[in-house]
Design a binder for this molecule. Sequence first.
Ligand SMILES: [Fe+2]
Length: 221
Amino acid sequence: MFGRGRNYTVKETIYIINKKMKKSSKYRYIMSGVKIFSDIILKSTIINPALDKQILKVLKKGEQKKEKIVKSNRGGFHSPYFKDKKIYQTLLKTSGDLISSCLPFKGKTNVSIDNLWIMKNKKNDWNVPHTHPYSNFSGIYYVKVPKKGGELFFIRNDMACGFSNNYLFIEDQSTHDIYSIKPEKGMLILFPSYLLHMVAPHKENVDRICVAFNILLKHAT
Ligand SMILES: [Fe+2]
């Protein structure tokens, strides 16, 4: 609502302001918007059949040993942390390149992977909202994905943003409190570890398989 007892649409409101601005210099003003506190998600695609083969091999071994643990997963197979030189080196190299090309480091920085684990979600399995404490960035590499469902949802940590309903009026990421990613085979996602995220269930008789990991940054000496 704008004006004296009349409902104006947003377009009309802007027109009225412009009209006033043209009539008199008294109505002139300078406008600007500054975005503050933004988050970033980095994406890459790895085409490396040998990497996928190795991940499936490690997964099979873990399942045979019944090493399943429960963390954020509700159902599915969550492996314990594992060590594998080939998987570690490939994910570290791609992640390091991705971070340094999108977010230039202030100085010489050591990038390492703190821990690695495999997730396999079958039909109806999902992951509750969670963060990855004590690391700088976290990564997910997708080996197998369903055609529909199984989205990765990022949830804005300051959920109060959603209370305003601004997203109903303005199309801009600054008004949103949820961002969804439909995983694709070979996709690598990196995100700040503090960012709340969850995995939606899928309804297909296929496995959704990914490797998740945490990245540590240290000043190089
Ligand atoms: Fe996670």
